[in-house]
Structures are given as structure tokens and as C-alpha cells.
Design a protein around this ligand. Structure first.
Ligand SMILES: Cc1cc2nc3c(=O)[nH]c(=O)nc-3n(C[C@H](O)[C@H](O)[C@H](O)COP(=O)(O)O)c2cc1C
Length: 173
């Protein structure tokens, strides 16, 4: 796909067919995430790939929506707070920012491969930690279910550029 088509075609897919995703596609998606930029190139992310049906069913408990485990695969994207960059001037931890960029890379690559994805952040983090044996420093940032879909993209609802863009300095719009 052309880059602009990938951007336009991506939407949050909440309905999946049972068709399995080929492992080579999963590896391409992970490779796209691996190539993402990160603060100081620390790459503080981990990707937990879940494809086994019993593990997907188990994961459903952290975000109990029927469509969620209909997906034949999920990637739980985690950040390691022991490895992420902290800005000296204010201590801000960029773990979330780095993870978000990696997630966007993998989501757009999945779109390019004809797969549907959805960001899921509204999950039970403590339950996720226990199920995936995450140590204290590893934070689950988002779960990305992915697979094939027969659903259609809804129209995009987005603010206009005039509501968002400030030229030269911030101005109240
Ligand atoms: C950080 C983040 C968290 C999100 N969490 C959830 C979620 O927990 N459940 C869900 O169904 N969608 C979730 N979404 C999807 C958004 O609702 C969706 O991206 C937004 O409504 C725009 O729609 P679109 O992705 O179809 O363009 C999340 C998206 C982002 C970026």
C-alpha cells in the first residue's frame, strides 16, 4: 500500500474472523515495531505475542469484551522503566512515548498487510501483570489484538486542522 493509503485504511477493528495470521506476518509486524525511534535509542520495549487459543481466552479476563478474544492473536506491548529515558530537567519518563511509537509502527505495518488492529488500554493492569508474570519495572502499556476482519471502516471523526494547529506560537482558538 502507498503510505497515505495505510494511514487512511487504519481504523480500530473490533470484529475479527477466526482466520489465523501467518507467523511470517507477525514477524514483519514485530520488525516494524523494532525499527521505531525511541528516546536516546534506549528501546525500552518488550512485545509479548499471544496466539495460543487458551492463552487468548485467559487474557480476555483483563478486558472482558467478546470481540477482544475473537482476534486470533494479540501483542501486549510493555515498557521497561529501568531502561527508559528520564528527562533531566523534570524527570519525565518517556517509557509511554516510546511504546506508543512502536505500537503505531506495528499497527500501521499490520494495516499494510491487510490486518485489522485495535489499541486496547482500558484493561486491568494488575491482572495482566499476574497472568504474564511481569516484574515491577515492566509496565503493560497496551494490548493490540489483530487479525482479519470483514468489518468496514467507519467514517473518520477528527478535529479540523484549524482547531489544532498554531503557527509560530500558541494562540487560543
Ligand atoms: C491510547 C489509546 C487507547 C485506546 N484504548 C482503547 C480501548 O481500551 N478499547 C477500545 O475499544 N479502543 C481503544 N482505543 C481506540 C480508540 O477508541 C480509537 O483509536 C479512536 O476512537 C479513533 O478511532 P479509529 O482508531 O477507528 O480511527 C484506544 C486508542 C488509543 C490511541
Amino acid at each position: 500500500m502507498e503510505f497515505d493509503d495505510v494511514i487512511r485504511h487504519r481504523y480500530s477493528v473490533r470484529s475479527f474472523t477466526s482466520e489465523k495470521v501467518d507467523r511470517s506476518f507477525i514477524l514483519e509486524i514485530l520488525e516494524a515495531a523494532r525499527m521505531a525511534p525511541s528516546a536516546v535509542n534506549y528501546q525500552p520495549w518488550h512485545f509479548i505475542v499471544i496466539t495460543e487459543p487458551e492463552n487468548l481466552t485467559d487474557l480476555q479476563e483483563v478486558y472482558p469484551r467478546k470481540w477482544f478474544t475473537e482476534a486470533p492473536a494479540c501483542i501486549v506491548v510493555c515498557s521497561d522503566h529501568n531502561q527508559s529515558w528520564k528527562r533531566r530537567s523534570d524527570g519525565k519518563d518517556f517509557a509511554d512515548v516510546d511504546a506508543a511509537i512502536a505500537i503505531d509502527h506495528l499497527v500501521l505495518k499490520a494495516t499494510d498487510l491487510g490486518l485489522g488492529t485495535c489499541w486496547v488500554c482500558n484493561f486491568d493492569t494488575e491482572m495482566t501483570r499476574k497472568k504474564l508474570h511481569l516484574p515491577e519495572n515492566i509496565e503493560p502499556i497496551a494490548i493490540i489484538p489483530f487479525g482479519y476482519t470483514t468489518s468496514e471502516a467507519p467514517p473518520k471523526s477528527r478535529k479540523s486542522l484549524s482547531e489544532l494547529v498554531h503557527w509560530e506560537k500558541f494562540t487560543s482558538l
